[in-house]
Design a protein around this ligand. Structure first.
Ligand code: ITT
Length: 202
């Protein structure tokens, strides 16, 4: 079964390919290099649907899109849907995470709680006279924002995100996790698990 992955972020492609290969080897993930729609939604779900619809229409294939970000409790859920552009238009990951660290520099534990959120839209185009189908699922990964970056694994805010559930005293940011560790636990893999029953109906 072919599914097009409607993202231009190579890190997301890599993570999805690994997650799908580990859990649904029957699915072939196809890259997408078609037109990039304007992401002007105000929620993760709206933006994920905008991206998945565009790819489904362009390719005629079922399409998956991920809209994701980091939501910091003390900032009322920001950066949220603005995570990719938090420090400006350049999608500069280092500038984004440094700005976030500055914004909460006077906040100490236990008030540095945050979540990584991945919202995945699945859009099955109207083919063979069938109705189009749209689904949205979400995966949430709770943790805390570190006071300084560590590790160079992953992408985006990984070097400052410390997931819950780690051995006290031995906590690592996702930047220090292996790709396999991240893909077994992440918001993206949690959303993909929620998608499982819907993929079975394709
Ligand atoms: P596409 O729209 O093409 O998929 P994008 O990177 O612009 O790519 P988003 O609009 O969903 O995607 O922005 C997501 C941002 O949230 C991303 O650029 C990171 O800054 C952050 N983010 C999402 N998932 C992350 C993860 O697993 N680790 C670290 N940061 C993440």
């Amino acid at each position: 079964r072919q599914i097009v992955l409607a993202t231009h972020n190579p890190h997301k492609v890599e993570e999805f390919q690994a997650i799908v290969a580990a859990t649904r080897p029957d699915i072939e993930v196809v890259g997408y290099d078609g037109p990039e729609p304007v992401e002007d939604g105000v929620t993760f779900a709206e933006n994920a649907l905008i991206k998945a619809r565009a790819a489904a229409v362009h390719t005629g294939l079922p399409a998956l899109a991920d809209d994701s970000g980091v939501c910091v409790d003390v900032l009322g859920g920001s950066p949220g849907v603005f995570s990719a552009y938090w420090a400006g238009h350049a999608k500069d990951a280092a500038a984004n995470l440094n700005l976030l660290l500055d914004q909460i520099s006077d906040i100490s534990d236990p008030h540095r709680t945050a979540q990584f959120v991945s919202t995945i839209a699945l859009v099955v185009p109207a083919v063979d006279g069938r109705q189009p189908v749209e689904h949205v699922v979400e995966g949430v990964w709770p943790g805390r924002i570190a006071t300084a970056p560590s590790g160079d694994g992953g992408f985006g805010y990984d070097p400052i995100f410390v997931p819950d559930g780690q051995e006290p005293g031995a906590e690592r940011s996702v930047g220090e996790w292996t790709a396999d560790e991240k893909n077994a636990a992440s918001h993206r893999s949690r959303a993909f698990v929620a998608l499982g029953p819907l993929l079975a109906t394709l």
